[in-house]
Design a protein around this ligand. Structure first.
Ligand SMILES: [Zn+2]
Length: 141
């Protein structure tokens, strides 16, 4: 089975029917700002009940680094990449990158949203999360 690392962050569509995953965000009906993760009230103007929006990209890479030591509780592989990606809606999202070599990435390059496996849990489930990767990269492991 596939289980999400956290519910409510992203969609994990069946690749056979709908190949484009999306991040679950919010758009403020007052100021128009887009927020991720989804919120109950706008963090810019405090307007409540922003409308739900799906954010799918592709985005633009702003900054990145590699994590070489596993954070507490993390059970996946190291090193792995982490970066800031700006989506077309204007929101910047911090996320895992499919590329762990910082030298292989460049400012402003397009990044596609993907769903990747982090690790297998004690019940044998594949724990998945969202990640960004160059469009030309091969499928994430
Ligand atoms: Zn607002």
């Amino acid at each position: 089975m596939r289980v999400m690392v956290r519910e409510g962050l992203f969609t994990d569509p069946d690749p056979d029917t709908d190949p484009a995953p999306a991040l679950l965000g919010s758009r403020c009906t007052n100021c128009g700002n887009v927020l991720f993760p989804r919120v109950d009230a706008c963090t810019y103007c405090a307007t409540e009940d922003p409308e739900p929006v799906d954010l799918s990209g592709p985005g633009t890479l702003w900054a990145w680094t590699a994590v070489t030591a596993p954070p507490p509780g993390y059970r996946g592989e190291v090193p792995f990449g982490v970066g800031v990606v700006e989506l077309p809606e204007g929101v910047r999202v911090i996320g895992r990158l499919t590329e762990s070599d910082p030298a292989a990435l460049a400012t402003g390059q397009p990044m596609e949203l993907r769903i990747v496996t982090l690790h297998r849990d004690d019940d044998g489930n594949d724990v998945v999360t969202y990640a960004f990767g160059p469009p030309s990269a091969s499928a994430p492991s």
